[in-house]
Design a protein around this ligand. Structure first.
Ligand SMILES: [Zn+2]
Length: 161
């Protein structure tokens, strides 16, 4: 069995537990949406999931798609990233290791920070009275592409004046 397949099996089992515990129906749609989300390594929008489902010739209504994604967030199977782009950004949760991200305030590009020091520091935070489910840190700023664009804009403005 491949790692990708065992990950899919593992999350399907977690979804099943969540649905049973909350007395919700186990529908084909819910599992299809979960598997589509877990096919994506990185961030995605609901539109991306819709495209995967369409490629697989699996039709779900927008309402079902939207509600299922919210359900997967509540079930701790997806992260909903908190920032103000036009479409909400989601990501699968593949392990309980700390995660840290850089977010560009201009284009909303979101990238994973791969810092062992930051991860170790987050990992060492173990509060006594608060049950931690996952650890996420966001660093806001300007991505290299936007910095370059801003420099060019500034240069062009200076030429005009
Ligand atoms: Zn940017």
């Amino acid at each position: 069995m491949t790692d990708a397949q065992s990950l899919q099996d593992e999350v399907a089992e977690k979804l099943k537990e969540y649905l049973v515990a909350n007395q919700l129906r186990q529908t084909r749609e819910r599992y299809a949406i979960l598997h589509a989300a877990y096919d994506i390594d990185g961030t995605f929008t609901i539109e991306d999931i819709n495209n995967i489902l369409q490629q697989n010739k699996f039709h779900v209504s927008n309402g079902t798609l939207y509600q299922t994604i919210q359900l997967l967030v509540q079930a701790n199977l997806l992260i909903k990233h908190p920032f103000s782009s036009s479409a909400a950004i989601y990501e699968r949760i593949t392990d309980d290791k700390p995660r840290s991200y850089q977010i560009c305030g201009n284009c909303h590009l979101i990238t994973r920070i791969k810092s062992k020091e930051l991860a170790a520091s987050l990992d060492s935070y173990k509060p006594r009275t608060f049950a931690v489910s996952h650890r996420i840190v966001y660093v806001y700023g300007t991505c290299p592409k936007c910095q370059r664009r801003m420099r060019i804009q500034l240069r062009n403005n200076n030429k005009k004046t």
